[in-house]
Write a new protein. Structure first.
Length: 404
């Protein structure tokens, strides 16, 4: 382990990376309630509701597409101190102004701010010596915060104060948790990745191919899961289930997402990264088949819980595949715009499919995307791992660990 990795393995740094990631994922993890409340209180069509979700990730993706250039140059502390109040103010604009263009503008700016937070968190934890473990904790914290909010928001906030109250509550949550970011490292030009000279060398063609395939796997995987997640509350509403009961189920599903991510944290890379991700994909396909045949609330809850467990297990590993292949130290942050591209397209595509063909079309399109993500990740590992092992043997003078 390098000295720079040791410095990134300190508890305050890991805590800051985990918390800033949870804040960056705040809107994503309440996306079903966010879209549902916006539609109910602003009388939006399915297409307009889907566009509202997608515009958030337009801002999210446009910001993080530039992170490849600034993530190792700008101070992470200063970016965080700017992004947190900007995100809170943007949520307030989206919630308090009823005109749809103002909502879109607020949501777009919020996406820009939240993406900077999420990108920094992903990079901080990717620089540690055990990214699979801390990515598991990262996703667990994101889902855990989302579970608490999904439990509180429907009955205590939305029924009393509507969509406006929800957005104000989210802004206050963001500001109240920001003091936990005290351990954020500078990140302004420091080489935290710990790859030494290998980081400066030109990457082999096969490794670059593996990296781009792994980023494609991240994008397609998040497209699939987000498209289903964004409309899972609407599926329950369409089936006639009680809204408060549905909110409780959604909160429970995020507990299962936490369990999946904690399993990833516990496993780390002991089974490699390819096998656990493959298992997560198979569980996702099973849950999609379950949701396609829902008749009762209990069947809906079971399918949704299996879905989020697999989702929570899969995300740490699909991002870790990128981190494992990233000898340069800059590519892992591109997993954030990859996430953004997948998530950006998902609500709009989901809204269109719902209006044209119904909710079943979302489920089966999502299933196809899961299969595509699994194939892309397998190809990424087969292309990239030999080059990674060769580089590690050259730089360390010893055989690299088996990571598949």
């Amino acid at each position: 382990m390098s000295e720079t990795q040791k410095s990134m393995d300190r508890a305050p740094v890991i805590l800051a990376g985990v918390v800033v990631s949870a804040l960056g994922a705040l809107v994503y993890n309440v996306l079903p309630l966010f879209l549902g409340a916006a539609q109910d209180f602003r009388q939006l069509s399915d297409t307009s509701t889907g566009l509202l979700g997608s515009i958030f990730y337009v801002g999210f993706t446009l910001t993080t597409m530039t992170a490849f250039f600034w993530i190792r140059r700008w101070s992470w502390r200063r970016v965080t101190l700017t992004a947190v109040p900007l995100a809170a103010a943007s949520l307030m604009v989206a919630g308090l102004f009823e005109a749809y263009p103002f909502m879109l503008a607020g949501v777009f700016l919020a996406g820009c701010a939240f993406s900077a937070l999420y990108g920094i968190g992903t990079t901080v934890l990717g620089d540690t010596s055990q990214p699979a473990r801390w990515y598991g904790l990262k996703i667990a914290s994101e889902a855990g915060l989302g579970a608490v909010l999904l439990l509180i928001l429907p009955g205590a906030v939305i029924t009393r104060w509507g969509f406006e109250g929800m957005m104000v509550f989210l802004a206050l949550t963001l500001l109240l948790l920001s003091p936990l970011l005290f351990g954020m490292p500078r990140g302004d030009g420091e080489d935290h990745h710990g790859t030494g000279g290998a980081a400066k060398a030109a990457l082999p063609v096969r490794l670059r191919t593996g990296l781009w395939l792994s980023l494609a796997a991240v994008m397609v995987f998040l497209f699939s899961t987000t498209m289903i997640w964004a409309f899972v509350e609407r599926m329950a509403s369409d089936a006639g289930f009680d809204p408060v009961a549905t909110g409780n189920v959604l909160s429970l599903t995020l507990v299962f997402a936490v369990a999946g991510s904690l399993l990833a944290m516990g496993l780390g890379d002991r089974l490699g990264v390819g096998k656990p991700f493959g298992a997560a994909c198979l569980l996702l396909l099973t849950s999609i088949a379950m949701l396609a045949g829902v008749d009762t609330l209990s069947e809906y809850a079971t399918g949704a819980c299996v879905f989020t467990f697999a989702f929570g297990l899969g995300i740490p590993y699909v991002v870790t595949i990128v981190a494992e292949l990233d000898l340069d130290g800059r590519y892992v942050v591109l997993s954030v715009p990859a996430i953004g591209l997948g998530v950006m397209a998902a609500p709009a595509v989901g809204g269109y499919l719902t209006e044209a063909l119904g909710y079943g079309a979302i489920l089966w399109t999502g299933a196809g995307a899961v299969v595509a993500a699994l194939l892309a990740s397998a190809l990424a590992l087969s292309f990239g791992l030999p080059a990674v092992r060769a580089a590690r043997r050259e730089s360390e003078g010893a055989p690299a660990e088996q990571i598949i």
